[in-house]
Design a protein around this ligand. Sequence first.
Ligand code: UDP
Length: 371
Amino acid sequence: MKRVLCVLGTRPEAIKLAPLVLELRAHPESFETHLCSTGQHADLLEPVWRCFGIRPDTKLECMRPGQSLESLTARILDSLPAIFESTRPELVIVQGDTTTTLCAAQLAFYRRVPVVHIEAGLRTHNPYMPFPEEMNRTLVSRLASLHCAPTQNAAQNLLREGIPAERVHVTGNTSIDALQWVLGALDNGTLQPEATFPPSERKRVVATMHRRESFGDRLESVCQALVRLLAEHELELIVPLHPNPEAGARVASLLPEHPHLYLTAPLDYASFVALMRSADLLLTDSGGIQEEAPYLGRPVVVVRECTERPEGVAAGVASVVGFEPESILAACRAALFPAADAAQSPVRHGIYGDGSACRQIRHLIASFQGK
Ligand code: UDP
């Protein structure tokens, strides 16, 4: 029996760790699993718990409106020791590249508890893109003992940084396990989306923007492109707005009213998956959506300068277009109205995983010995 502490704080971490928590809890003879949320994205977490039917065992309230990275870091580092004291973990699991991820890994290191890093090895090789995530995940790779890489490419990044090969395992991304879980539950009727969007005659574009690097003029450029796209073609545009006011409220202020533009609050994961499945095009700066889109066979236009997920680009289902309205428009048109002789956008189920990541990670954790 291993005492395992999972620490998470944001929506993408919750979505990607939920199926792993379910997997570990399905084996109580092998694992005592404590789930701790730092509440870094307090408002966005509740719908994830409702969706997967799990609850954190401990909720820390580390989020403050308008918080700085340093004050958030200080609050998390200050709050977590009590959880380590009460749960006495033998292993700590963290996911991805958030401030919570880095703080929990750092604290585990101080306590000499081995860290399992889920979604290890993603890199753009530019420390400021995305900021602070690229640095967070690079530092977590120094701190972790077991590295669960989603793809061969991510594993190669870790090996190039000198991580011993026996500590690096390609498991696929747990986002695909989460996606399969929700698709299954939607299809067999055990899960109802909290919001629905009636089918439309028009082609449907779904857009989300939330990264720090996109704020300011860049967000303005993206919105200009979206306004033109909507004016030029018979489309409907649905935009779930991020609660960070520099993202969501700013996007709302940059998009004028239009009969086929729908701005919504952030959607619960099941509703968002159903919406992605009904979309003709996804336009985003999100990481997770770049993984989900190929699985759903939906083209994705990535409004960023670069991506740590080059697999979708190589497979021809994602294009990274930067922030110039003309490039964004050209990529959207090409994806929405492919030339008659162009190959159909292929469904690329296997790029980011096959849905067995959590099972593989459970086996790895069960047999992991040492520091
Ligand atoms: N997502 C969601 N509701 C929304 C928008 C996104 O549930 O309204 C999901 C999406 O399917 C993906 C995750 O949130 O699994 C992505 O989160 P985000 O874009 O905030 O973070 P990133 O993936 O860039 O780290």
